[in-house]
Design a protein around this ligand. Structure first.
Ligand code: HEC
Ligand code: HEC
Ligand code: HEC
Ligand code: HEC
Ligand code: HEC
Ligand code: HEC
Ligand code: HEC
Length: 301
């Protein structure tokens, strides 16, 4: 299946390349007047060669002043994506440690000595009308394509250290809780004997918490977008499941399904076995109800 998809992608990109060949001599950028077309909530400005004035005050020339709006503040420039300094998958605006600085390759540039959006994203790439890249490198990541998401991470992070960092390993050899491990996700170590979802304070947004290491999964599981508010019917089934199977299916603070609704991030033995919050810990794929979770939630049993 993967092979078929790969072939299709190559095929489509060949068409895209062929189309572009025709106007090789023409400049890549077509719309120097800025946004002739109206920009709406659903406009994707990237790789279109249009909408320059969404991000630039005036059309810049390569190598010269970039005339960026909002004094070049990326949170403003990328405001459609709703990031703030606390909810993005990777920390930015920090100066790397000496150890990291030595490892960062030159094709991942810093901005004023700090890690920035442009370190990983080649934003100028998307200023241009290059449909073939839109297909092959949707996120305009520098050095892409990567074989998997973590390949980029290991250009700067030490793969060995990173593996050891498994935050789901929460007990030492003697079976005692390693309190520092809790602090990857919790502001302070919760009391495993009594604290419930309502009591615990998590580090930032629930979904971002997991995406930091597992990547964005908006179409998961089963290729369906689950991270939404369940219908009343689905909610009723979930409530029933919680009592029938003595499990918890916690929703996020907006009542939406989140990663921890289906997955238990804790190691077996941290939360006492009799508590509902213990179910699913260290099970296959950390599912709160291994085996039949899809069927139960979809009322097919
Ligand atoms: C989504 C926002 C966005 C849009 C739309 C956009 N740009 Fe940019 N552009 C940027 C950012 C951010 C940079 C700075 C990148 C950097 O510093 O590496 C940039 C850089 C540039 C540069 C300087 C490249 C260099 O190496 O000096 C040029 C030229 C440019 N853009 C032209 C355009 C033109 C022409 C358009 C419209 C066809 C356009 N851009 C549309 C965000 C955008
Ligand atoms: C350390 C590298 C790195 C830095 C720094 C970085 N990104 Fe990303 N970004 C990525 C990677 C890798 C992905 C692809 C994630 C995936 O597909 O799982 C991504 C994906 C995205 C996406 C698409 C996913 C989505 O949420 O819809 C957006 C938008 C984005 N980044 C914006 C930003 C902005 C804005 C900044 C600066 C505040 C930034 N990035 C800084 C590596 C980085
Ligand atoms: C351009 C280099 C670079 C890339 C690529 C990169 N990082 Fe980082 N990362 C850093 C720097 C710099 C820090 C700040 C801490 C430091 O300086 O050691 C950091 C910090 C972090 C932290 C905070 C914990 C810590 O170690 O301080 C996490 C988690 C993290 N990165 C994960 C990732 C993931 C996941 C990816 C791949 C999507 C990634 N990084 C890609 C440079 C990078
Ligand atoms: C990988 C992230 C992560 C780590 C590490 C982590 N937790 Fe949690 N924890 C969560 C999330 C997300 C929730 C909210 C969902 C839930 O209630 O299970 C939570 C909830 C809890 C709860 C409430 C469970 C319930 O019954 O509702 C307790 C107790 C708890 N954590 C204890 C701990 C302890 C003790 C540690 C350290 C050994 C720890 N956690 C480490 C992510 C984590
Ligand atoms: C600091 C990085 C990090 C964070 C944050 C993190 N995980 Fe993990 N996760 C790992 C590592 C490392 C593994 C074990 C390696 C593996 O099997 O992929 C893992 C394994 C898993 C697995 C099992 C994969 C399998 O195939 O069995 C699930 C499910 C999972 N994590 C869910 C979560 C959820 C839900 C959260 C947020 C509450 C979360 N993780 C936060 C690093 C992280
Ligand atoms: C925690 C409960 C839960 C679990 C577990 C779950 N789903 Fe869902 N699923 C939902 C909800 C809620 C929706 C959104 C529709 C609704 O609200 O009724 C949804 C939507 C879907 C859709 C899209 C249907 C549509 O209306 O767009 C598919 C397909 C799907 N799920 C398949 C699966 C499969 C396959 C699994 C197991 C791998 C699974 N789901 C596990 C609750 C769940
Ligand atoms: C509606 C339930 C549901 C939600 C929500 C959900 N998952 Fe899963 N997840 C599953 C099921 C079921 C499996 C095992 C079957 C599969 O791989 O599709 C799984 C598998 C996984 C795995 C192991 C296999 C793999 O694909 O790597 C990881 C890691 C994971 N999920 C992480 C996450 C993260 C991170 C989130 C939140 C962004 C999330 N899940 C949200 C149900 C869910």
């Amino acid at each position: 299946m993967k092979r078929i998809i790969a072939i299709i992608i190559i095929f489509i990109s060949c068409i895209a390349f062929a189309e572009n060949d025709k106007d090789k001599s023409a400049p890549l950028v077509t719309d120097s007047s800025g946004s002739a077309e109206k920009v709406t909530d659903t406009t994707n400005p990237h790789y279109t060669g249009k909408y320059c004035s969404e991000c630039h005050e005036k059309t810049p020339v390569s190598g010269g002043n970039k005339f960026l709006k909002y004094s070049g503040d990326f949170y403003q420039l990328c405001k459609c994506h709703g990031y703030t300094s606390s909810n993005y998958i990777h920390p930015v605006d920090i100066a790397p440690s000496e150890e990291k600085k030595a490892k960062i390759p030159s094709y991942l540039p810093l901005r004023d000595g700090k890690l920035s959006c442009i370190t990983c994203h080649d934003i100028y790439m998307q200023c241009q009308l290059t449909p073939e890249f839109k297909l092959l490198n949707k996120r305009f990541l520098r050095g892409a394509p990567y074989k998997d998401r973590t390949a980029l991470c290991f250009r700067c992070h030490d793969e060995k250290k990173y593996k050891k960092l498994d935050p789901h390993n929460q007990l030492d050899e003697k079976g005692k809780v390693i309190a520092e491990k809790c602090l990857y996700c919790h502001v302070e170590k919760p009391d495993e004997n009594s604290a419930t979802f309502k009591d615990v304070k998590l580090v930032g947004d629930l979904k971002t918490l997991c995406e930091r290491c597992h990547g964005i999964r908006d179409k998961h599981p089963a290729g369906a977008s689950h991270l939404r508010r369940p219908s009343l019917k689905a909610l009723a089934l979930m409530k029933k499941m919680e009592s029938v199977f003595a499990i918890t299916l916690p929703l996020d603070y907006d009542g939406k399904i989140t990663c921890a609704t289906c997955h238990n991030p804790h190691e077996k033995g941290v939360i006492p076995a009799l508590r509902k919050g213990a179910k699913g810990a260290s099970e296959k794929s950390r599912q709160r109800l291994p085996e039949n979770m899809c069927r139960e939630c979809h009322g097919m049993s």
